[in-house]
Design a protein around this ligand. Structure first.
Ligand SMILES: *[C@@H]1O[C@H](CO)[C@@H](O)[C@H](O)[C@H]1NC(C)=O
Ligand SMILES: *[C@@H]1O[C@H](CO)[C@@H](O)[C@H](O)[C@H]1NC(C)=O
Ligand SMILES: *[C@@H]1O[C@H](CO)[C@@H](O)[C@H](O)[C@H]1NC(C)=O
Ligand SMILES: *[C@@H]1O[C@H](CO)[C@@H](O)[C@H](O)[C@H]1NC(C)=O
Ligand SMILES: *[C@@H]1O[C@H](CO)[C@@H](O)[C@H](O)[C@H]1NC(C)=O
Length: 503
C-alpha cells in the first residue's frame, strides 16, 4: 500500500562532493553481511550485535547495489525477530527497511510477512510486484523512541506460506532533528512515507549528502512547464529541512493560469495524511520577486493567499484527509504577473501506535531473559506487543497499561535461575515453569498478590521452602514437588481450603 519503489537501475552516484558533508547520525546496517561496505559515500555496517537470531544469505549477483547482495532471514515459525538499537530516549528517527528477495531461498516468489516497529505492526511487507519488475522495495517511517531501545522486527503473518522466511536486506535508523515534522504527536503516531517528490525533475534521486538525513526525494515530472531557480534557499530555515537541491527546479504555468498537478501518481486509501509542500519564487532576488496564490487539494483550500518569495516557503497539513486520486491546484491571485510554482512535496500516512508494555514489566522481563541461560530465541522487541506477536510463553493484559499476566514456559529445558526481581511483575497471575532445569532458590513471590497459579515442580530449585507463599490471597495451585527444597509447607498453607498443593 505505501510501498515506494526503489529502482535497482539507479546508477552509482559519483559523489565527488565539493564540500565535506557531515556524516549521517544513526545506524546504517547491511543485513546479513560479515563486512562493512561503502556505497554512495555511506558506510553500511555489518549487522552483528544488533540482532540475536536469523541466518545469513548471499546473492551471487553483480548487477545489484552492494547493500542488496546480502540479507538476513528468519526461518519460518511463530514469534518476532528483531533488530534492537540503543537510541536516545525521546529521539526522533527515520527508519528505512529495504528488501530485495533475489530468490535467496531457491524459490521465485518473495515471502510476505509483517514488519513491526516497537510494539506496533507497521505494515505488511509484500515485494511481489517490485521483485517481478526487477526492483528492490523500501519502506520508511518516522517515529520517536519512548525508551533507550528502538526495535524493528519481522514476523510471519497469515499470508506467510510455510516454509518461506521473512528476510531483510538493509536497515537504516537515522537521527532526525527535533524540528522535523514536529506538528505531529509522535507519542501517539508514526508517519509512514507515502511519497516524497522533487517536482519538475527527471534527474537522479536527491538524497545524502544533499539531504542531511538521507531522505529520498524522487524525481517527478508531468506535462507542466518547468523553471530553474536563480536564488538559493537555506535548508535550515525550514523546520523540515528540505534539501536545497529540490528547489533548483519547479513546476509552473504561464501568467493567469492555474497549475494543476496529479500527485501522487497513484490512488490513496482513505486515511488522514501529513502533507507538506515546498515552494520558491525562482527569479533573481528583488523587491518584486514574490507571487501570491492559493493552494487547493482536491478542491479544498489547503492554504489561502500564500506569498512565495525567493527565500522559499512551506505549508503543511497535519491530519489532512485524502482518498483515491489526489489533485493539487495552485490558483494565482488575478493581478499576479507570473504563474504559481511548486518545487517539492511529501505525504505521510498517519499510523496510530499501539503503545508499549509497561516499562517496569519490560525491565523485569529483560532481567529474566538474562538469568535464563537459554531463553526462547524470539525473546526480543516488546514482550507483549504487538498483540499478534508477544514473546513466546508470555500472556498479557489489554487496555491502556499493558502488563505481563502469565509466564508459561513448561518443559523447555530452561537452565539458569529465577531472579528476585520477578517479584515486581505485580500483575502476574500464573507462573508455570514445570519440568525445566532451573536452579537456585525460589525468590520471595509474596509481593505478587494477584498470583493464582505457581507451577515450579520438576526443577532443581533448592533452599528453604518458600513459606511466604501462604500469604498469597488468590493462590489456587501450588506445585513445588520434585525439587531440592528443604523443609515442608507451613501449617497455615496445609490448612488452607480450596487450594491444590503438591510439595
Ligand atoms: C502481494 O502483492 C501482489 C501484487 O500486488 C498481490 O497480487 C497479492 O495479493 C499481495 N499479497 C497479499 C497477501 O497481500
Ligand atoms: C517545531 O520546531 C521549530 C524549530 O525548532 C519550533 O520553532 C516550533 O515551535 C516547533 N513546533 C512545534 C509544534 O513544536
Ligand atoms: C547558490 O549556491 C551556490 C553554491 O553554494 C553558489 O555557487 C551560487 O552562486 C548561489 N547562487 C546565488 C544566486 O546566490
Ligand atoms: C482556476 O480555478 C478556479 C477555481 O476552480 C476557476 O474559477 C478559474 O476559472 C480557473 N482559472 C483558469 C484560468 O482556468
Ligand atoms: C509578499 O512578500 C514580499 C516580501 O516579503 C512583500 O514585499 C510583499 O508585499 C508580500 N505580498 C503580499 C501581498 O503580502
Amino acid at each position: 500500500m505505501s510501498t515506494i519503489l526503489w529502482l535497482l537501475s539507479i546508477p552509482f552516484f559519483s559523489l565527488i562532493a565539493c564540500e565535506p558533508s557531515p556524516p549521517i547520525r544513526g545506524y546504517l546496517i547491511n543485513c546479513g553481511s560479515n563486512n562493512d561496505i561503502k556505497q554512495d559515500g555511506i558506510t553500511y555496517k555489518k549487522d552483528e550485535g544488533y540482532t540475536a537470531s536469523g541466518k545469513l544469505a548471499t546473492l551471487n549477483r553483480f548487477d545489484i547495489l552492494p547493500v542488496l547482495t546480502t540479507l538476513r532471514y528468519f526461518p519460518y515459525g511463530p514469534g518476532k525477530h528483531c533488530y534492537e538499537l540503543p537510541v536516545t530516549t525521546g529521539g526522533k528517527f527515520l527508519v528505512r527497511t529495504t528488501y530485495f528477495y533475489g530468490g535467496f531461498d531457491g524459490g521465485n516468489e518473495p515471502p510476505i510477512f509483517d514488519q513491526i516497529i516497537d510494539g506496533t505492526v507497521w505494515s505488511t511487507v509484500n515485494t511481489t510486484d517490485d521483485y517481478k519488475n526487477g526492483l528492490s522495495s523500501y519502506y520508511e517511517i518516522v517515529v520517536t523512541a519512548n525508551d533507550g531501545t528502538l526495535s524493528v522486527c519481522l514476523a510471519c503473518n497469515k499470508n506467510t506460506k510455510s516454509p518461506a522466511s521473512p528476510f531483510i536486506s538493509s536497515l537504516e535508523v537515522i537521527d532526525l532533528d527535533s524540528s522535523l515534522y514536529n506538528s505531529t504527536d509522535f507519542g501517539k503516531y508514526g508517519l509512514i512515507t507515502v511519497i516524497r517528490s522533487n517536482f519538475a525533475s527527471d534527474g537522479d534521486l536527491v538524497r545524502y549528502p544533499d539531504d542531511a538525513f538521507n531522505r529520498y526525494w524522487q524525481p517527478f515530472i508531468d506535462g507542466n512547464p518547468t523553471v530553474e531557480s536563480h536564488a538559493n534557499v537555506t535548508s535550515s530555515e525550514f523546520w523540515n529541512r528540505p534539501p536545497e537541491k529540490v528547489f533548483l527546479s519547479g513546476s509552473t504555468t504561464s501568467r493567469g493560469k492555474n497549475l494543476t498537478i496529479h500527485w501522487p501518481p497513484f490512488s490513496l486509501p482513505a486515511n488522514r495524511y501529513y502533507v507538506a509542500l515546498y515552494f520558491q519564487d525562482n527569479r533573481n532576488t528583488s523587491p518584486y520577486s514574490w507571487r501570491l496564490f492559493t493552494v487547493f487539494i482536491d478542491g479544498e483550500v489547503f492554504y489561502q493567499d500564500l506569498n512565495v518569495t525567493t527565500k522559499g516557503v512551506t505549508v503543511y497539513g497535519t491530519e489532512w484527509p485524502l482518498s483515491g486520486e489526489t489533485e493539487i491546484t495552485l490558483i494565482p491571485r488575478s493581478d499576479m504577473p507570473v504563474g504559481p510554482t511548486i518545487n517539492a512535496g511529501e505525504i505521510f500516512q498517519i499510523l496510530p501506535l499501539s503503545g508499549t508494555t509497561f516499562g517496569g514489566d519490560v525491565m523485569v522481563m529483560q532481567i529474566l531473559k538474562q538469568s535464563l541461560k537459554n531463553p526462547p530465541d524470539d525473546w526480543n522487541g516488546d514482550p507483549c506487543l504487538p498483540k499478534e506477536h508477544p514473546w513466546f510463553g508470555i500472556g498479557c493484559s489489554e487496555g491502556v497499561q499493558v502488563r505481563v499476566t502469565s509466564l508459561n514456559l513448561r518443559g523447555l529445558s530452561l537452565t539458569g535461575t529465577l531472579p528476585k526481581e520477578i517479584a515486581r511483575l505485580t500483575a502476574l497471575k500464573e507462573l508455570r515453569l514445570s519440568t525445566n532445569k532451573l536452579t537456585g532458590p525460589i525468590p520471595d513471590l509474596s509481593p505478587l498478590k494477584a498470583l493464582e497459579i505457581i507451577h515450579l515442580d520438576e526443577n532443581e530449585f533448592e533452599g528453604p521452602f518458600p513459606d511466604a507463599l501462604a500469604t498469597l490471597p488468590n493462590l489456587r495451585e501450588l506445585l513445588l514437588n520434585k525439587n531440592r527444597l528443604s523443609g515442608g509447607p507451613p501449617q497455615n498453607l496445609i490448612d488452607r481450603k480450596g487450594i491444590i498443593i503438591r510439595t
